[in-house]
Design a binder for this molecule. Structure first.
Ligand SMILES: *[C@@H]1O[C@H](CO)[C@@H](O)[C@H](O)[C@H]1NC(C)=O
Ligand SMILES: *[C@@H]1O[C@H](CO)[C@@H](O)[C@H](O)[C@H]1NC(C)=O
Length: 283
């Protein structure tokens, strides 16, 4: 086949044209990738909480002076945003408003004098930063320590754990967890990130405690030690006393009952005495 192509006059001319065209195309592709340069990437925070804005700076410092370039912002090697950078600029700020959990990833920047569509932008390697978006709200695994059917007055213990690796802000050790009964928040507890555990206790269960319980952890809300201290009007003291009025009533009630009993007994004795007396009269 190959031999025949080489031998055939007109066929080999066509082939040469095709090869030449291919060469031109390949050259264009090569020159296209050659006009894309890596840019530095900087972020003030690489771990942010869900729904906060993500800011990243791309720096083209060291690029040829007096040239306008397009700066591309990439996530996991694919273009997501582009901005035109003026001649006298080096840094350009990209923003992802209200970042979601799906915005966690590896980000990078590139620049080029050419204006490419974002889908054309693909890059591997180079300067990369990893951005982690921390969840505000995470359903946790819940279990009851002991039987799930108890009698009134019994102690109930719930345990809350998180099975996957838990990312928190800045290596935070303590976060909040809450126990929910249907849609109502019932109890709030500290969740120890190193032990991955929070315990909730209902001291003396009553009939209305029956129901569906769930547990939620808040990984983006760190608890710092100073948050424990409250002062002034943020503090109130409650003292529960035994109710003396009812105790008094009870005491008087007992006395009244005893008096009544004595009176009754006295009356009965009187009556029997009268009976005997009247019996004696007739007899
Ligand atoms: C970022 O890249 C590293 C190495 O390829 C990978 O292990 C990591 O999971 C990536 N991070 C995210 C959030 O995708
Ligand atoms: C609580 O939730 C369960 C299902 O999770 C539902 O069947 C039940 O009706 C709910 N109870 C109330 C009082 O909302």
């Amino acid at each position: 086949m190959l031999q025949r192509v080489c031998e055939g006059g007109s066929l080999s001319i066509t082939m040469n044209i095709i090869i030449a065209l291919l060469c031109i195309l390949t050259n264009q592709v090569i020159s296209q990738t050659e006009d894309i340069f890596p840019a530095k990437i900087l972020a003030q925070q690489t771990i942010i909480s869900e729904n906060s804005d993500l800011y990243v700076t791309c720096s083209t410092f060291g690029k040829k002076k007096d040239s306008m370039v397009y700066v591309y912002f990439l996530k996991n090697g694919r273009g997501i945003q582009t901005q035109l950078q003026k001649q006298d600029q080096n840094d350009i700020l990209f923003k992802i408003p209200r970042a979601g959990l799906h915005h966690s990833g590896n980000y990078s920047c590139i620049y080029s004098p050419q204006n490419y569509t974002l889908s054309e932008i693909v890059k591997k390697g180079g300067d990369i930063i990893e951005i982690l978006v921390i969840a505000n709200f995470l359903p946790a695994d819940i279990s009851i320590v002991g039987p799930s059917t108890v009698h009134e007055g019994h102690h109930v213990e719930f345990q809350c754990t998180v099975s996957q690796h838990l990312h928190t802000l800045g290596g935070c050790k303590l976060i909040y967890a809450y126990l929910r009964k249907n849609d109502t928040i019932l109890l709030v507890q500290l969740f120890n990130v190193s032990q991955m555990l929070a315990t909730f206790i209902i001291d003396s269960a009553v009939l209305r405690d029956s129901g569906h319980y769930s547990c939620i952890v808040l990984p983006s809300k760190c608890i710092y030690e100073h948050e424990y201290t409250v002062h002034g009007t943020n503090k109130v003291f409650l003292e529960v006393k035994v109710d003396f009025i009812s105790l008094e009533l009870l005491r008087y009630g007992v006395i009244t009952l005893m008096v009544l009993l004595v009176v009754c007994l006295w009356w009965i004795t009187q009556q029997t005495g009268k009976c005997r007396h009247s019996g004696g009269m007739t007899g």
